[in-house]
Design a protein around this ligand. Structure first.
Ligand SMILES: [Zn+2]
Length: 133
């Protein structure tokens, strides 16, 4: 494991966080994703083409609602932004209690965009500090 850190989102209705794991290799990432899926009762999940993933969940009393897995060489800005966008969409849903009236629309997207920026910013800092970038 190259890195394992948690990003906390404080500007929310309750403590929210995203855990980020940077695996040594794509093979290690796929194995960990498979283990996670089996633990969450999804035995048929196929990760053979996966280069990055965002597992989303929600457990009472746990601020961590997403786990993003990344691994070299798929560690560039594109993959980071892609997986963090998945996490930000899930954070939006938790923040708005899955109420369909709260759609992400132009003009009402500031919190979503701020969360996405924060996730990408903090991940980038961690990747730089660990000399992965
Ligand atoms: Zn995707």
């Amino acid at each position: 494991m190259l890195a394992d850190f948690t990003i906390h989102i404080h500007e929310a209705r309750k403590p929210l966080a995203v855990q980020v794991k940077i695996h040594d290799s794509t093979a290690a990432l796929r194995m960990a994703a498979k283990k996670h899926a089996i633990a969450w009762d999804d035995k048929d999940a196929d990760f053979s083409d996966t280069c990055g993933i965002c597992h989303c969940f929600h457990m009472q009393g746990d601020p961590v609602v997403a786990l993003v897995r990344l691994a070299p060489p798929h560690i560039g800005a594109g993959v980071v932004a892609h997986e963090m966008a998945h996490a930000a969409v899930h954070l939006w849903e938790v923040q708005h209690k899955w109420e369909t009236k709260h759609r992400i629309t132009n003009g009402k997207d500031e919190w979503f965009c701020w969360v996405l920026g924060e996730l990408v910013r903090q991940t980038t800092i961690q990747l730089i500090e660990r000399k992965i970038y």
